[in-house]
Write a protein that binds this ligand. Structure first.
Ligand code: UDP
Ligand code: MG
Length: 153
């Protein structure tokens, strides 16, 4: 069992639609542990760096406009295989195709405005966490409940 950290961000559409609590609720109930969170408005440079992998894509400029158009809620979540677990909870990129029961499948019907970002690999997660958080913003804490969520690794 590998304990991982992943970077999750409620995008401006999720904040505007009042879904911050719903996103947190679903990740908490899954057993993931929240270790960092804030509400910020991304500056253009941070948004461009965050989506740098998509720089050459036709949707890049519109995506950066969208993600800087209002406040976002960046978070770090921790748990066994946290990267994959979060991606599964989010569902496919396009809300129209995302399975019912996933966050995007239940609340979204658009490919750009798909409510939440989740890292796609542990390596990406490390880079995204470093981009959005200072080390002292990440809080180490232990849960007494841990033994009832997963076996010792
Ligand atoms: N996106 C878009 N148009 C597309 C594909 C993606 O606007 O055709 C946006 C969407 O908000 C997505 C983000 O770009 O979440 C990053 O795309 P990626 O393929 O990495 O999807 P994700 O990893 O978020 O599922
Ligand atoms: Mg991606």
């Amino acid at each position: 069992m590998t304990i991982e950290r992943t970077f999750v961000m409620v995008k401006p559409d999720g904040v505007q639609r009042g879904l911050v609590g719903e996103v947190i609720r679903r990740l908490e109930r899954k057993g993931l542990k929240l270790v960092a969170m804030k509400l910020v408005r991304l500056d253009r440079a941070t948004a461009e760096a965050h989506y740098a992998v998509h720089r050459e894509k036709p949707f890049y400029r519109a995506l950066v406009d969208f993600v800087t158009a209002g406040p976002v809620v960046p978070m770090v979540w921790e748990g066994p295989s946290a990267v994959e677990v979060v991606r599964n909870l989010l569902g496919a990129t396009d809300g129209r195709r995302a399975a019912p029961g996933t966050i995007r499948g239940d609340y979204g019907a658009d490919i750009q405005m798909n409510l939440v970002h989740g890292s796609d690999s542990p390596e990406t997660a490390a880079a995204e966490i470093a981009l959005h958080f200072r080390p002292e913003e990440i809080v180490e804490w232990s849960r007494t409940l841990e033994a009832w969520l997963h076996e010792e690794g």
